[in-house]
Design a protein around this ligand. Structure first.
Ligand code: MN
Length: 247
C-alpha cells in the first residue's frame, strides 16, 4: 500500500454549541486527491502546533470566523465582525512553522485572510461598507453555484495549473484583502479587482483562495484540481528536500 501524505486540517469552531466541527467537503476533497486528512486539535498552544507541523505533510487552513483586527494593526469597526482568537493563534503557529520548514499549505477563505494578516497585509472588515463594489461576495445558498468571475494572472501558477485566464467561483465572504502582504503575490482578482487568490513565491507551495472549492469540487474540475495539486506537493515535498518548482 502506498503511503498517503498526511494533511492536517484546522477544525471549524461553533461558538453557540461550544464545539468543534468539520464540513466533510474539506476532508472528502483531500481524500479524493489521495491524501489522508487528520483534524488538528483546537488549542491555543504553540508546542502542540510545532509538533503537529512536524507530523503532517501539508496543512489546510479552513474557512470560519473573521480574523481579529489586532492581527493586522486595526480595531474592530463593525458589529458584524465575529472572531475566534484561539483559531487566530493556532493558525499563526501553523503558518509560521510551515513557512519555516517549507511545507505545503492551502488556505481557503478565512485561510487566505489569515495568511495575508500574519504576513503583514491588511483586511477590509466589511466589504459592503468599505468598498463600492456591485459584486455580491456573500452569496445565499446553494453554495455550489458560481456567482462571480475571477481573472487569473497569466503568469501565476494557478493559471498554469488550470490552463485558463478566467474562471467562475462561488463567494461566501464579507471580508477581503485590502493591502496585500509584501510576501504574497496575487494570482486572481474578481471583476471589482478584489484579490481572490494568492501564493508565496519564495516557497514551494503556499497558496490560498478566497472562494470555497470544497463546496464545488465534486462537480467542478477547477476546484478539485486545487486539492489535487496541494496533495501532490505535500507528497513530493515529504519525499524530497529539494524539489523543483513545478510551475
Ligand atoms: Mn468573492
Amino acid at each position: 500500500m502506498k503511503r498517503k501524505p498526511i494533511i492536517g486540517v484546522v477544525p471549524l469552531w461553533d461558538e453557540d454549541k461550544n464545539s468543534i466541527w468539520m464540513h466533510p467537503g474539506y476532508t472528502d476533497a483531500v481524500i479524493r486527491a489521495g491524501g489522508l486528512p487528520i483534524i488538528l486539535p483546537f488549542a491555543d498552544d504553540r508546542d502542540i502546533f510545532i509538533q503537529s507541523v512536524e507530523m503532517c505533510d501539508g496543512f489546510l487552513l479552513t474557512g470560519g470566523q473573521d480574523i481579529s483586527p489586532e492581527l493586522y494593526g486595526d480595531t474592530k469597526r463593525y458589529r458584524s465582525v465575529k472572531t475566534c482568537p484561539t483559531r487566530d493563534n493556532m493558525e499563526e503557529y501553523i503558518l509560521e512553522r510551515a513557512v519555516e520548514l517549507d511545507k505545503p499549505l492551502l488556505g481557503i477563505c478565512r485561510g487566505l485572510q489569515l495568511m495575508n494578516a500574519v504576513l503583514g497585509g491588511t483586511l477590509y472588515q466589511h466589504l459592503p461598507r468599505e468598498t463600492n463594489s456591485s459584486i455580491v461576495h456573500l452569496q445565499t445558498p446553494p453554495y455550489e453555484n458560481a456567482v462571480h468571475g475571477v481573472r487569473l494572472d497569466p503568469d501565476s501558477p494557478l493559471a498554469y495549473l488550470l490552463g485558463k485566464q478566467r474562471i467562475t467561483v462561488n463567494s461566501y465572504h464579507h471580508q477581503g484583502i485590502k493591502e496585500l502582504s509584501p510576501k504574497l503575490k496575487c494570482m486572481a482578482r474578481a471583476e471589482d479587482r478584489l484579490v481572490e487568490a494568492v501564493y508565496m513565491p519564495s516557497k514551494r507551495f503556499i497558496w490560498a483562495v478566497q472562494w470555497h472549492p470544497e463546496m464545488t469540487c465534486k462537480s467542478d474540475n477547477n476546484s478539485q484540481k486545487l486539492f489535487d495539486v496541494f496533495v501532490t506537493y505535500s507528497n513530493l515535498c515529504r519525499k524530497m528536500n529539494k524539489i523543483p518548482f513545478l510551475y
